[in-house]
Design a protein around this ligand. Structure first.
Ligand SMILES: Cc1ncc(COP(=O)(O)O)c(C=O)c1O
Ligand SMILES: N[C@@H](CCOP(=O)(O)O)C(=O)O
Length: 469
């Protein structure tokens, strides 16, 4: 399997190199040159298998290089089993039935209580394996609107071969999310509270990658969904959910609360591999650039507004570029030009020739805070379930957009309600408790550095702080 850049001007790489590379050197994102195929028989053979076994079967083809793959099958299987053994539920991502045709998939049973753990627990182990084999060190620099940060820090803390810097938008993540990052007491962990939005944090990370002298000097790597391995590991739970509800003999839909478009893109990936899933319903909060795009084929950047679902307070959804690459017929040059124009003008129209295909696959809706609270309160009344504001947007979108009652829809529950206790209490009157391993979170001391939204200042901080000189 080789990976190519969405901007068409960087060399193709194999899996281990893509894992460490992060953003392609032409500013694009890596995607598989061709999608591995999941045949009907192969999908049927997954019935009754454990999460880890399905994960190995789905991901292994992505690792195989032209010379047979550099990460051995046995090593990979051991890493997968170890990663998911750490989850607090035996099913890893349990499904709960809500009504006749709606299910909730709980993706928050990992150590930091968000779906990011599903991929990052494995990615941390892959880093260890590849860095050890190559005797290399990396400086990971990531951006978070709340959840990627703590999941990445938890997966990469206390490693000699890794220094990890996480930028979060100052004052724009929940207190639990901030504390989960800033209370990690580890010599290789550096938290930066940036005076800006998540989009500023993400732009800054991409700008550091695009400064080749800087990226080479620090041997920079990525834990955001810039990193292909993140997307690959997220494809697995779409397969797990669909198989549990009857795939390949039944079509299954998914509803996904969306911000950076990584999670939905993983669902699109599962479909490209052959899983019959549709619709892929996208739920946005008041920062509704994605919902507007999928409803009008045009998108325009507006001011990002804080909401009750802060992890989705995003205007420029990084992974949309991976979908656009396909919509532009995989013409990297054309996409590079379109992305350049988009960042200059702040608006973009989707290529007409491929829009029909998009309409058959995606549906989207946006919900403001009032509607989010109503969805949380309503689900609690109907079922007694407490859900977080992001997951509530997935449920609301499923209910607004599901067209065919015969197609079961799986709404992805992306965070544990205890990460957003104020919003949950406002909606339901009940304040969710943190699980035991985080019960003293509010007593732990915090460590972070506040920096202005200034690229040079952030680069100077990284250069001065990292241990891997
Ligand atoms: C809890 C939660 N829900 C939803 C999202 C949106 O996911 P994505 O950015 O992959 O679209 C995020 C952020 O990634 C999140 O942390
Ligand atoms: N919502 C995310 C934003 C970053 O997304 P990623 O999938 O690119 O890591 C977060 O919680 O940080």
């Amino acid at each position: 399997m080789r990976y190519i850049s969405t901007r068409g001007a960087a060399p193709a790489l194999e899996f281990d190199d893509v894992l460490l590379a992060g953003l392609a050197r032409d500013g694009g994102l890596y995607v598989p040159e061709t999608w591995p195929s999941l045949t009907t028989e192969a999908i049927r053979a997954l019935r009754g298998k454990s999460y880890a076994d399905i994960a190995v079967a789905v991901m292994q083809p992505f690792l195989i290089g032209e010379t047979g793959g550099k990460i051995g099958d046995g090593d990979f299987t051991a890493m997968v089993k170890d990663a998911y053994a750490a989850f607090r539920h035996q099913a890893v991502v349990p499904l709960k039935q809500i009504d006749q045709s709606l299910w909730l998939m709980e993706l928050f049973h990992g150590p930091t209580l968000a779906f990011k753990d599903v991929a990052l627990q494995l990615v941390g182990r892959l880093y260890d394996h590849v860095l050890k084999a190559r005797k290399q060190r990396v400086t990971i620099i990531g951006a978070t609107s709340g959840d990627t940060g703590s999941a990445a820090l938890e997966a990469c803390r206390d490693r000699d071969a890794i220094d990890i810097f996480i930028l979060h938008p100052k004052g724009r993540v929940s207190e639990v999310q901030r504390r989960q990052m800033t209370t990690i007491d580890s010599a290789n962990v550096f938290n930066i509270a940036l005076e800006g939005t998540f989009d500023d944090c993400q732009d800054m990370v991409k700008a550091m990658f695009n400064d080749h002298a800087f990226r080479d000097r620090v041997n920079m790597s990525a834990v955001n969904s810039i990193n292909w391995a993140r997307v690959m590991a997220q494809i697995v739970y779409y397969v797990v959910g669909a198989v549990a509800l009857g795939a390949p003999d039944r079509r299954i839909g998914f509803s996904v609360p969306s911000g950076n478009f990584g999670n939905v893109y993983a669902g699109y990936g599962a479909r490209q591999m052959g899983l019959d899933i549709a619709p892929l319903i996208i739920g946005s909060n008041r920062n509704d650039i994605l919902a507007r795009f999928f409803n009008t084929a045009a998108m325009q950047i507006t001011q990002v507004e804080p909401s009750l679902s802060p992890s989705m307070d995003i205007q420029v959804s990084s992974n949309l570029e991976r979908l656009l690459f396909d919509l532009y017929g995989r013409d990297g040059q054309a996409l590079a030009a379109a992305m350049g124009d988009f960042r200059k003008a702040g608006r973009m129209t989707a290529p007409r020739q491929s829009w029909k295909q998009v309409e058959t696959l995606f549906a989207a809706a946006a919900f403001d805070d009032k509607a989010t609270l109503a969805a949380m309160g309503d689900l609690y009344k109907r079922t007694g379930e407490l859900i977080d504001p992001h997951s509530a947007i997935g449920i609301a979108a499923a209910e607004a957009k599901r067209a065919d009652p015969e197609i079961p829809i799986i709404a992805l529950a992306t965070a544990h309600p205890a990460k957003f206790p104020e919003a949950v209490e406002r909606a339901t009157g009940r304040r969710p408790d943190l699980p035991d391993h985080l019960a003293d979170l509010y007593d732990r001391s915090e460590r972070m550095t506040v920096l202005p939204n200034n690229l040079e200042r952030v680069k100077d901080f990284v250069l001065a702080s990292r241990r891997n000189q």
